[in-house]
Design a protein around this ligand. Structure first.
Ligand SMILES: Nc1nc2c(c(=O)[nH]1)N[C@H]1C(S)=C(S)[C@@H](COP(=O)(O)OP(=O)(O)OC[C@H]3O[C@@H](n4cnc5c(=O)[nH]c(N)nc54)[C@H](O)[C@@H]3O)O[C@H]1N2
Ligand SMILES: Nc1nc2c(c(=O)[nH]1)N[C@H]1C(S)=C(S)[C@@H](COP(=O)(O)OP(=O)(O)OC[C@H]3O[C@@H](n4cnc5c(=O)[nH]c(N)nc54)[C@H](O)[C@@H]3O)O[C@H]1N2
Ligand SMILES: [Mo]
Length: 687
């Protein structure tokens, strides 16, 4: 039979949001390739997608609705029909709502898919709004830095367009492991280097990205804003600030300048643990390299002061005037350059009355402490909190509650799914339609379904349509088709959206948002109330924050620099793994083989102090919990810092816990972000 090629997009939570082509033969996907014409994808996909076709056809995929028959967490389920599943869910949701009110329902959506239709920001919210459920805040990933950029630039998720880094003469990758987590940007960086750019990586760990840089600075986790202020101190000492830009386009310079002057390289060296000479050297480069492009990502803001760190780093190009030039500025997130009509998708107007919101990163408290009403029904979609959220042990306690009704919509029987009362099998990206924006570039893409779903899998949209029908809901917009929903969000008068129609997307697969090329986002002013980049943002006072950009210390990890009284003297960083995507693919043997066992990197002196050597099994612990790893003594981490990676399924590792057993369920300084890399532990030999 003939083959066809279907255009689609990668749904993974990754800045690259690739466009791909699926080859379908006899109704089956047989090959997947990156789209050669897409300016970011450039024809290549990452290692995680090497065998994605097989992944979609995995014998371990959930194909039918399941009902739990053993204790919660025991993974004992029997197959049931969709009719039974929907009837059970409808009756339990109704019961909870009648007895405790809609807010006792928590629709908990994760980042398994980033699609605007299937994902956490999608139209499922309409359904929950009609029921008056609590609203879910996706605080797990980018929010502290997002809010931080918003205070400086005026909108939460905008900044430099990373694609323009090709014009930069100095590139600083700040708290991001580009080669693993944003791999398609490497092409741009290589092009800039070929044209003479100097590459600096700022990361407490010598990652594969840091190893590939011209200069690597390894600060103590959570101290980056102190470094940023000291770099500006050098810029000012060199007389290299852009006076004209500062006068015309910024607010609060005299005060900010005072703070900068107080932050000498010596002072920052004491805070960050960096050599004074390195700070001076990088400061001089920042002073004299035009344009300087800073690429931050999420690693830099998973700390108690993470929002402020991103805000302050975003101020650097405001002092050097780099925001003027293509290739200059600070990139954190690009997603809000998309100007589609998101309110039309979410329909918060359907709420009968305002409802509370619950934060994704506070699931344990949400299940164990929240009251009036307590959470009685949890509907998990595309999330694996037992593996990925902070305070793993308490999350398990919460999920084990007998009086909690839990639904999990999934592809695989994750650790989280083992706690479900009902599991619903979801389609994968080849099997449903979706619309994608990106957070690392400014292209929009359409994912056309390529094959029929296997077994009885349904898309999220179809699940919510059926649930609405089962519940007897009559609000017409709950039954809108996938393509209608896409049209509703694309219908926008904003200039950025000109020409972006569903028809055009279907034809080409992807389109560039309607911005000039190269895109210099704030050429016509910033998006703040003043229209200027705000070194001082009055709005911050209203939420109890220091209005002036500065340094907010981390909650825990700064102790790595001091003789802390605490028994936990090592700052743990558990960042992205090269072979997994959060907890996805950590159940794929090919990827776990490539990744090897969970390793903990420790500096030779810290190892000597504890009489530990490479290859021993260790327990990494604090008051919150512990996990096991194999020790690797290495100078890839600085003294006082230990490093491992995120993503392994607790059930598949020794001891049944991963690093999130040690992470605190605590809010960062802005937006309620998570503090994954702000975590003091100690390490002992496993007995
Ligand atoms: N292969 C792979 N790719 C991924 C993911 C994955 O799991 N695997 N996850 C995806 C997702 S959801 C996201 S949000 C992104 C995350 O990717 P990134 O934004 O790159 O974030 P992290 O992996 O958390 O951390 C990046 C680097 O920051 C460093 N870091 C930690 N604390 C600090 C600090 O205080 N200061 C500085 N300067 N550096 C610090 C870490 O050592 C790490 O090397 O990647 C996406 N891409
Ligand atoms: N220690 C530590 N922990 C971290 C981080 C860290 O840096 N360090 N990073 C955090 C970050 S950045 C993030 S974004 C979070 C992610 O946390 P989560 O959002 O919980 O992401 P995952 O663990 O990947 O779980 C996603 C699940 O969705 C499922 N899935 C995928 N696509 C679909 C779909 O279309 N439908 C349905 N129903 N299910 C689907 C997958 O099978 C997977 O089980 O993890 C965080 N956890
Ligand atoms: Mo993330």
């Amino acid at each position: 039979m003939s083959e066809r090629i279907v255009r689609g997009a990668c749904p993974l939570d990754c800045p690259d949001t690739c466009s791909w082509l699926v080859t379908v033969k006899d109704g089956r996907a047989i090959q997947l390739r990156g789209d050669r014409n897409h300016p970011i994808t450039r024809g290549s996909l990452c290692n995680k997608l090497d065998d994605f076709v097989a992944h979609t056809q995995s014998p371990e995929r959930l194909l039918f609705p399941l009902r739990r028959v053993g204790p919660k967490g025991s993974a004992q389920f029997v197959r049931i029909s969709w009719d039974e599943a929907l009837a059970t869910i409808a009756s339990r949701l109704r019961e909870v709502r009648d007895r405790y009110g809609g807010e006792a329902i928590w629709p908990y959506s994760g980042t398994g898919t980033m699609g605007l239709l299937q994902g956490a920001y999608g139209p499922a919210r309409r359904f929950w709004n009609v029921l008056g459920a609590s609203q879910h805040r996706v605080t797990i990933c980018t929010i502290a830095g997002g809010v931080g950029t918003g205070f400086t630039l005026g909108r939460n998720r905008v900044g430099m367009d990373p694609e323009t880094l090709r014009f930069a003469k100095l590139i600083i990758l700040w708290g991001t492991n580009t080669l693993s987590t944003n791999a398609h940007l490497w092409h741009t960086i290589s092009a800039a280097r070929a044209a003479g750019a100097y590459l600096v990586v700022i990361d407490p760990v010598r990652t594969r990205t840091a190893a590939a840089a011209d200069l690597h600075l390894a600060p103590i986790p959570g101290t980056d804003a102190a470094l940023a202020l000291a770099l500006l101190n050098v810029v000012v000492a060199e007389g290299a600030e852009d006076h004209e830009f500062i006068a015309q386009h910024t607010l609060g310079w005299p005060e900010f300048r005072e703070r900068i002057v107080e932050f000498s390289p010596e002072r920052a060296a004491a805070v960050t643990g960096l050599p004074v000479d390195d700070i001076l050297m990088l400061g001089r480069r920042v002073a004299h390299s035009r344009p300087t492009g800073i690429r931050m990502a999420m690693g830099v803001q998973r700390h108690g002061g993470g929002g402020m760190a991103v805000r302050t780093i975003t101020c650097i190009p405001g002092v050097t005037g780099d925001w003027r030039y293509p290739g200059g500025g600070a990139a954190y997130d690009t997603r809000d350059f998309f100007r589609g009509n998101l309110p039309a998708l979410l329909r918060d107007d359907l709420l009968e009355k305002p409802v509370r919101s619950l934060a994704m990163t506070r699931l344990a408290d949400g299940l164990l402490q929240v009251d009036e009403p307590p959470v009685k029904a949890l509907f998990v979609c595309a999330a694996n909190p037992v593996a990925s959220s902070p305070d793993q042990i308490r999350i398990r306690q919460g999920l084990a509650r007998d009086d909690l009704f839990t639904v999990v919509v999934e592809h695989f029987l994750t650790d989280t799914a083992t706690y479900a009362d009902v599991i619903l099998p979801s389609t994968m990206q080849f099997e449903h339609a979706d619309l994608h924006t990106a957070y690392g570039h400014i292209y929009v893409s359409w994912n056309e379904p390529a094959v029929q779903p296997p077994g009885e899998c349904l898309s999220h949209l179809e699940i919510f349509r059926r649930l609405a029908r089962t519940l007897g809901l009559t609000e017409p917009c709950l039954f809108d088709s996938d393509e209608d929903l896409a049209r509703q969000v694309l219908a926008s008068d904003e200039p950025a959206m000109a020409g972006i129609t569903l028809e055009a997307l279907k034809e080409k697969g992807w389109l560039r948002l309607n911005y000039p090329d190269p895109f210099v986002p704030f050429a016509n002013g910033f998006l703040t109330p003043s229209g200027k980049l705000e070194f001082r943002a009055e709005r911050m006072l209203e939420v109890g924050l220091d209005p002036l950009a500065g340094y907010t210390p981390p909650n825990e990890s700064a102790c790595a620099s001091t003789e802390s009284a605490s028994r936990y003297r090592l700052a743990l960083v558990a960042a992205a793994d090269h072979y997994f995507l959060n907890s996805m693919f950590a159940n794929v043997s090919r990827q776990t083989r490539r990744a090897g066992p969970a390793v903990l990197l420790m500096h030779p002196e810290d190892a000597r102090e504890r009489a530990l050597e490479t290859g021993v099994e260790v327990r990494v612990l604090n008051d919150r919990g512990a996990f096991s790893a194999t020790l690797q003594v290495s100078d890839r981490v600085r003294r006082g810092v230990v490093a491992t990676t995120k993503g392994r399924w607790p059930s598949q590792v020794k001891g049944g816990a991963n690093p999130n057993a040690t992470v605190a369920e605590r809010d960062a300084d802005m937006g309620g972000g998570a503090v994954f890399h702000d975590n003091m532990v100690d390490v002992e030999r496993s007995s």
